[in-house]
Design a protein around this ligand. Sequence first.
Ligand code: ZN
Length: 408
Amino acid sequence: MRHTLFGTKFLAAFATALISIASASAQTFTVPVRNEKGRLTEEKIELTDLTSSVAFEGTHFKILEKDTDRVVRFDGDPNLVRHAATVYYHLEKARATFDDLSQKIPALQALATQIAYPVTIRIEMDLPYSDVSHFVRDGSKQYNNSLTIPASDMMKATDVPAWGNEIWFYASKKEKIPSFTQQLTAVLNQGHFKKAILQQLLYPEIVKIGATLSYGIKPVWSNHLVSLGTSILISEVVIPFLAVLAKPFSATQYIDTAMIPEVVYHEFAHLVFEGQLGLFRPTSIVEGYPNYFAYQVSGLTRLAQKTKKAAKGYLPKNAKSKAKFSFDQDRSLMAATGSFVFSLLYQLQESFGEEGNQIIYGALAYLDRSSEIQLDFERAIIQSIQDNSQKPMVQILKAHEVFQTRGL
Ligand SMILES: [Zn+2]
C-alpha cells in the first residue's frame, strides 16, 4: 500500500517535471513587435536558444537584473520579465539578421568571430558605467539610456572582477529636467552660439579622453575624473540614437530603451562593429552604421517612431533625410545625433542595388573610430567598390553621384 502510494507520488512528480521541461523548450511571452504598418503591437512570441528552463539564459544572451549577478527568472517580477523577454527576443532577431548577412559578406564574417557569446545584458539599470569600477556606486543614478560597454581592460581597478562586453538598458523615468546628456543634446540643438560655447567647455575634455583611449596613453587624472569622463562619452553613444525635441526643457521626457526594438538592434550593432569602430567615440560613422543595421533588421526607414508609451520627447532617425553635408556633421558633438550617415548609407544602398550591402559593410575594413565622413568615408566606399563589386566603374560613378547630391 505504502509502496504503491510512493510510486503514485513519484509518477505524479515525474509527470510534472516532464511538463515543465516541455514548456521550458518552448517559452512563450507577450512582447512589443512592429506590425506591417510599423506600429508597435503586442504579440505572443517564442524564445529560442534558451539553455535554462527557468530563466532568461541562452546560447547567445544572458539577461541580468540591474548590476547584480541574478539572471532574470521566468517567474520573476512581471516588469522585469516583460523587459527581459522583449530584449532577449529582439537581440535574437538582430543576431539572426547579422548571421544571415555575414554568411554572404566576408567583411562581417571576421567581426562575427570576435563576439564572445553568451553576452551579458543588463535591464532596468540605474548606475552609471565606469571603466575603472564597472559600476559607479557613489550614489549617482542614471535613467533613460542604453549603452554597449567594452570588456574590462588595463583601466580596471585590481580589486574589481573582470567583465566582458555587455549591453545595458536603463530603467525609464519621467524627467522634467532633462538628464545631463539630454541637456547637452538640447543645448547643442539650440543654434550655433550656444553650441560654440558648450563645445569650448566640453569638447576639449572629450577629445583628450578620446586621444588617451585611442593612443593608449595612461591618463594623469584621478580615477574618478577618468571614469566620469568615460561615462559621459559612453552615454553619448546612446542618446544620439534619438535627437531631443525642439522644446526639451518644457516637456516631460523618458525612454524605455529595452522596449523599443530598433534601440535593441542599434546596441547589438555596436557590439558587432566594435572590432572595427570601437565604442568610445560617438562619431557620425560609429553611430550611423548601427542605425543602418537597425533599419535592415526592422525594415523601418524611420527608427524609433510610433513608440507608443515606450518613449516621449524624442525624434526618430530618418533614412530618407536628404540633408546636405556640413562641417558640423563631422566635427561637432552633434555629429552623432544626426541622421546624416544613416541616410547616406541608405541612399548608397538604393543606388548600388544588389551589391549594396557588400559595398557598404565592406567599407568597414577601411574605417575606424576616428574616421570622418569627408574623405575617410568617401575613400572607404570607393575602396570597397574596388574590392567587392563586379562592375566597379558603374558603382564608382553612382557613389560619386550620391556624394554630390549630399554636398560631399
Ligand atoms: Zn549608439
